[in-house]
Design a protein around this ligand. Structure first.
Ligand code: AP5
Length: 212
């Protein structure tokens, strides 16, 4: 069995982009806590209403809500997961180990990149509202403006939290919270750093090496 993967990295470091490749090429399931929260908001659920303002401001949702969300969406039985966006702090790392992984082999992949490079990536991100394909107006534009290369839909959207002010907050929150998370995995020899400033194929190659 391949190791469960935990993707750690700043907003815009490429976690979602690489998760899509790992799903298609290596048979993993993608569990993105950000995507799950956005789904709740779209559905108009009570949980969605509760987290809208927090996410719009670029702050973290409380730990108890995140545990409930994971419990409702994660069943490790026989599956290989990519945990993308969880954990965000040391307490969440411990919850993931004790309540979900429970000793199952896992690796934490840290998308290491200079934070100063990320605002531009995020502000230029567009995501297909139909199939989820991720684009970038500068580094990965669709072949035809406004049309998804993958599904042909014309529903490319900008995320609400990808504006200059919220991006600044999100990067600040990341800077303030990541070190204890990295220390947690480093102490257990489960941390692999990948150079996330490289182009997408080179980042994927590093992730594949970490899994093998
Ligand atoms: P979440 O959805 O997890 O967002 P994030 O962590 O801010 O990460 P992003 O999805 O923005 O970035 P990414 O690394 O996936 O980058 P991508 O591949 O798209 O969280 C959103 C919010 O939900 C949080 O702010 C919080 O409120 C809440 N939340 C979620 N989890 C939580 C938790 N556990 N606890 C509490 N709250 C939680 O790439 C970005 C752009 O860069 C794209 O345009 C892409 O094309 C481009 N790009 C990607 N790779 C490259 C490359 N190698 N070279 C050039 N461009 C690239």
């Amino acid at each position: 069995m391949k190791p469960q993967l935990i993707f750690l990295g700043a907003p815009g470091s490429g976690k979602g982009t690489q998760a899509a490749r790992v799903v298609t090429q290596l048979g993993y399931e993608h569990l993105s806590t950000g995507d799950l929260l956005r789904k709740e908001i779209k559905s108009g659920s009570e949980l969605g209403k509760k987290v809208t303002a927090i996410m719009d401001a670029g702050n973290l949702v409380d730990d108890l809500t995140m545990i409930e969300l994971l419990k409702a969406n994660c069943d490790l039985d026989g599956k290989n997961y990519i945990f993308d966006g969880y954990p965000r702090n040391k307490d969440q790392s411990q919850v993931l180990d004790n309540e979900f992984l429970k000793g199952v082999a896992s690796k934490a992949i840290y998308f290491d990149i200079d934070l100063d490079l990320l605002a531009e990536r995020l502000i230029n991100r567009r995501t297909c509202g139909d199939c989820g394909e991720i684009y970038n107006l500068k580094s990965k534009p669709p072949a035809k403006a406004g049309v998804c290369d993958k599904c042909g839909g014309s529903n490319l959207q900008q995320r609400k939290d990808d504006n200059e002010e919220t991006v600044k907050t999100r990067l600040g929150v990341f800077r303030d919270t990541i070190e204890p998370v990295l220390a947690h995995y480093k102490a257990q020899d489960r941390l692999v750093r990948v150079d996330a400033s490289k182009e997408s194929d080179a980042v994927f190659k590093q992730i594949k090496q970490a899994i093998d």
